[in-house]
Design a protein around this ligand. Structure first.
Ligand code: SF4
Length: 420
């Protein structure tokens, strides 16, 4: 019996909505099916390690239940009754319904709605080409990014921070508002390397005892939405106990004297009431950060899950400014390095066709928007047609009951389309 042919390996990148963007090698069998996926060894961020879900991506890609053809709902909402139709029929029907809706209420009645189920500039963002070409309603991407990005950029001016590989050179790694053991395994690769080679301490801050926290030297479970109070108390201690790097702030911060004044009353006792942490826990953490110049703050997307996420992220990122940690390799506050690539999205999104007078709706308010809330609709026409791509608002948008009720009984949204 002849041996089965060895699969070929091809270089690619992980398509998931995960900040790592791992470099991967994909096994492809002679019949075109993919096999195991491996982390690329010679990419020094991925370092040969990827998460279990993507290593077994073939099970998902080739799963018999995966949608590969358009389905049209035939029964009432929630009945689960669908019929398979051709792509031609699906595209024809959808475009006719969009034109019908547009005739009644104008183009802004159509709302392309998407997020990051599958990444890639074309896969994800080219829906905006359609939006711009047709002058459909715009969308604020308020899932996952706005709060954290705004808070971080308010301090740095740019969505960029110290290279995440520097985590391996840190003496303390603070994993704050993220659970990398479950969702971004590479953070652990570099943090554990720092622990093994430099005896670095790992601090984990979250609102419950995550799998990552179980591996921490110090775990701080605080009350949801109280991160800014903890950050203020840490900075209070840095100023109070002489850890603040005044020369650094003089050069790179806007108003260090005002900040110090503002923080005078934000003591560990004050923060203890708000965060639920003990005064000793806050003092211990602040002392560690103050004494360890190579402290790397990995600030995650947890900051986007709270109403005050902008100020929380901003306050947490400011600790590294007060302590001057940014100056040291292995130190500083990192959230996302999206800005360093300088991507030009003009072609993908058809920027030349963009009309800035068209309203931009908040995607998190989809429930209110679909139920005709005037404020959420910005006093504009109702939304009567949607193209929902790579996101599941019933699961992820706030006001879930309203969203469920709001999704219409029978409109264009009775389409499910695969992304094959
Ligand atoms: S950690 Fe997993 S999901 Fe994240 S980029 Fe790597 S392979 Fe993809």
């Amino acid at each position: 019996m002849s041996k089965p042919e060895k699969p070929q390996r091809f270089a690619s990148a992980c398509p998931h909505d995960c900040p790592s963007t791992c470099a991967v090698e994909v096994e492809v069998h002679a019949d075109g099916r993919i096999g195991r996926i491996h982390g690329t060894r010679d990419n020094d961020y991925t370092a040969g390690v990827i998460c279990a879900k993507v290593a077994r991506y073939s099970e998902r890609l080739h799963h018999p239940d995966r949608l590969t053809k358009p389905l049209r709902r035939t029964g009432p909402k929630g009945s689960g009754q669908f019929e398979e139709i051709s792509w031609e029929e699906a595209l024809q029907d959808i475009s006719e319904k969009f034109l019908e809706a547009e005739k009644k209420h104008g183009p802004q009645t159509v709302w392309p709605y998407f997020f990051a189920g599958t990444m890639g500039l074309v896969q994800r963002d080219s829906i905006n080409r359609l939006r711009n070409a047709k002058s459909y309603s715009g969308m604020y991407q308020t899932f996952c990014t706005n709060m954290a990005w705004t808070g971080y950029i308010a301090g740095t001016g740019k969505l960029a921070g110290p290279d995440p590989r520097e985590m391996a050179l840190a003496d303390t790694v603070v994993v704050w508002g993220t659970n990398p053991v479950a969702t971004q395994v590479n953070v652990m690769t570099h943090a554990i390397k720092a622990r093994k080679t430099r005896k670095a301490k790992i601090v984990v801050i979250d609102v419950y005892k995550t799998e990552t926290m179980k591996q921490a030297d110090i775990g701080l479970v605080l009350k949801p939405g109280s991160d800014a109070a903890l950050a203020c108390a840490v900075m209070h201690v840095l100023f109070r106990d002489g850890y603040a790097d005044r020369a650094y702030m003089e050069k790179y911060a806007d108003v260090p004297a005002e900040l110090e004044e503002h923080l005078k009353t934000r003591s560990p006792e004050w923060a203890s009431e708000i965060t639920g942490l003990t005064v000793e826990q806050i003092e211990e953490f602040a002392k560690l950060v103050g004494e360890t110049k190579k402290t790397y703050f990995r600030l995650g997307y947890g900051f986007t899950r709270q109403r005050n996420g902008v100020v929380s992220m901003h306050a947490a990122s400011c600790i590294a400014v007060v302590g001057g940690h940014y100056q040291y390799e292995g130190g500083g506050a990192f959230h996302n390095n999206g800005a360093i690539f300088g991507l030009n999205m003009a072609m993908v999104e058809a920027h030349s066709l963009h009309d800035s007078s068209i309203r931009k709706l908040d995607m998190s308010q989809v429930g209110r928007i679909l139920t005709g809330d005037k404020e959420a609709l910005m006093d504009g026409p109702p939304i009567t047609a949607m193209l929902i791509q790579n996101t599941n608002p019933v699961s992820v948008a706030p006001e879930q009951t309203l969203v469920k009720e709001a999704l219409p009984a029978k409109t264009c949204s009775s389409w499910f389309m695969s992304n094959s």
